[in-house]
Design a protein around this ligand. Sequence first.
Ligand SMILES: [Fe+2]
Ligand SMILES: [Fe+2]
Length: 130
Amino acid sequence: MAQIEWTEEFSVGNASIDQEHEALIAHINQIYEQLSRPMDTEVIESMLEELQSDISAHFAVEELLMHEAGYAELDAHREDHEHLLDQVHDLIFHFTEDPDNGKELLINRLSDWFSNHFKSFDARLHDQLG
Ligand SMILES: [Fe+2]
Ligand SMILES: [Fe+2]
């Protein structure tokens, strides 16, 4: 299972954002753990919906801070957030329609998408948010 491990390279140097990232990573890891057990579609669906709303709230906070800081890459960063939210929405849809296939997609993609965003867009926020 491709669990995400928190490393200092994910730190953006803003305590509340770092804390939210750690919480999101813990949440994604819990989903992976759940996926390694005998399938309980209802539990997985509710975990995914909770993750979706946490992610969406986190993105809103991050975008507000970038806006307040006059961050130059805000538009591109926001676009990547929207892209990620679309993908999470698709994953949930696939899982609901076809849990066995949807589970494979989750296992293969969920952690990579977020680690990639943390390591690229979010990492470039370092020392930019005050
Ligand atoms: Fe971000
Ligand atoms: Fe973030």
